[in-house]
Ligand binder design. Structure first.
Ligand SMILES: Cc1cc2nc3c(=O)[nH]c(=O)nc-3n(C[C@H](O)[C@H](O)[C@H](O)COP(=O)(O)O)c2cc1C
Length: 195
């Protein structure tokens, strides 16, 4: 690995890109935090070269109203095999229409679209335990045609990373680097930190 500050930023980006492609990577499912203090696991779907993270979500879930067109979002990823923590903060936004959301929906398989067919959105109260998926789809995957009504519930969460904290903690001590930038198009400022 390149041991310069730039090398550590590249390492973080490479780890996240690898985690998108490989669901066995712990960083495939980071913790996503919203400004009111709540946290939840989400599947990391894409990392662009500009370090914008893409997640998929149900528009009816409370975090979509909280984040809306722009709000602070934090993302925490940890790989226990190598003991590396990536702690990110950025500007989040929810998109329901437009090329990114449309392409994400078009590429989604019928089985991954299934959850958007639930009759009650995430966090809605149910009379009995269950998923709120319609009865006729409880025990089989929907056809791609049957998923069409789910599109109205589908949204992407995009997080433009503005700060990234890279930490490797070891018995001997460890290494920590912090990268910050004022906007997605601004240059990164980097520094080493005590772990
Ligand atoms: C392994 C795992 C993966 C998940 N992936 C997603 C996801 O990609 N998108 C999502 O919105 N919720 C995902 N969830 C559910 C969220 O953690 C959370 O319960 C849900 O989004 C509720 O919405 P809220 O955070 O707005 O209350 C996942 C949960 C688990 C356990």
């Amino acid at each position: 690995m390149d041991l310069s500050l730039d090398g550590f930023l590249s390492d973080a980006a490479e780890r996240l890109v690898k985690a998108v492609k490989d669901r066995r990577q712990a960083m495939h499912t980071p913790v996503v935090g919203t400004a009111e203090g709540d946290l939840r696991i989400m599947v990391l779907r894409e990392v662009t070269p500009q370090l914008t993270l893409r997640f998929h979500t149900d528009l009816r879930s409370p975090k979509c109203a909280l984040i809306g067109g722009g709000a602070p979002v934090s993302v925490l990823a940890y790989d226990p095999d190598v003991r590396i923590q990536l702690r990110m903060r950025g500007e989040g936004r929810i998109e329901t229409a437009g090329p990114i959301a449309n392409a994400a929906w078009d590429r989604a398989t019928a089985s991954s679209r299934r959850c958007y067919l639930a009759e009650t959105g995430p966090g809605g109260v149910l009379e009995v335990a269950g998923s709120a998926i319609p009865d006729h789809l409880l025990h089989r995957a929907p056809t791609i045609e049957e998923t069409a009504t789910g599109r109205a519930n589908f949204a992407v969460l995009l997080v433009e990373v503005r700060s990234l904290d890279w930490l490797h903690l070891t018995h001997e001590g460890g290494t920590r680097a912090r990268f910050t930038r004022a906007s997605a198009s601004a240059p990164w400022q980097a520094t080493w930190l005590a772990p």
